[in-house]
Ligand binder design. Structure first.
Ligand code: F6R
Length: 241
């Protein structure tokens, strides 16, 4: 595991974006796995800057997002569809038909999970998967206890995840109870994984995930078994290493 500790959040955003940009420059048809949440916003800003200032070309890339809430429309401001448009897709030259985000507004979430897995297989798998980490160690919305063999499925959010994400909603009662999440096995099949964490509040779980026992109780600990993981942390999130 390659661990990169940056002095500032800005430096971390740049390094993570450069890693992705260099991959896209070498492989213009890269399949990218993407995360939402607060952590990657600055990295996406940096990718947009690289697109505008140095012609970083997204026209041939394909993307798969990790997750989406069930029961809210794509145009709901808290949906991950809306998040991705606002934070990346509306500002780069990606082809809309190459964007894949689980459809949480569907009538048949189980079928949606199957077709999402199918689509990943059809394009030959994910080349570079970006991950954030929850305070409880979740990756995607794979909460503690999720089997490492899980594929894309309907998941129930824990109270702590709902509390953490309630900052985007009017109240915690508005946070959806379920989501569609890429599975742990699906994530582990990505050829390369970039795990990003920022802030003091992520220090303890990052230490557990990278150096503690490998257990479904800390879903991110499975990454210790992946052959190609680069971890980007600021000095606060890396303070317990
Ligand atoms: C987001 C996702 C989640 C987040 C995690 C951290 O698509 O899958 O696992 O990466 O909850 O969220 P932030 O970055 O808001 O702390």
């Amino acid at each position: 595991m390659n661990i990169i500790i940056s002095d500032t959040e800005k430096a971390l955003d740049r390094k993570a974006a450069d890693e992705i940009a260099n991959h896209i420059r070498r492989h213009p048809a890269t399949v990218l796995g993407l995360a939402t949440g607060g952590t990657p916003v600055g990295m996406y800003k940096e990718l947009i800057r690289l697109h505008k200032d140095s012609d970083l070309d997204f026209s041939r890339i394909t993307t798969f997002n990790l997750d989406e809430y069930i029961g809210i429309d794509h145009d709901h401001p808290c949906s991950y569809h809306a998040y991705m448009d606002e934070n990346l897709f509306d500002h780069v030259n990606i082809s809309k038909e190459n964007i894949n985000i689980p459809d949480g507004a569907t009538d048949s979430p189980e079928k949606e999970c199957e077709s999402f897995e199918e689509k990943i297989k059809e394009v030959g798998g994910i080349d570079v998967q970006v991950l954030g980490i929850g305070h409880n160690g979740h990756i995607g919305f794979n909460e503690p206890g999720t089997p490492f063999e899980s594929t894309t499925s309907v998941v129930e959010l824990t109270q702590s995840t709902k509390e953490a994400n309630s900052r985007y909603f009017d109240s915690i009662d508005d946070v959806p109870t379920h989501a569609i999440s890429m599975g742990i096995k699906t994530i582990m099949h990505a050829k390369k994984i970039l795990l990003i964490a920022k802030g003091e509040d992520k220090a303890e779980i990052m230490e557990k995930a990278l150096f503690g026992p490998i257990t479904p109780e800390v879903p991110a600990s499975v990454l210790q078994l992946h052959p190609n993981v680069t971890v980007f942390v600021d000095k606060e999130a890396g303070s317990k290493f």
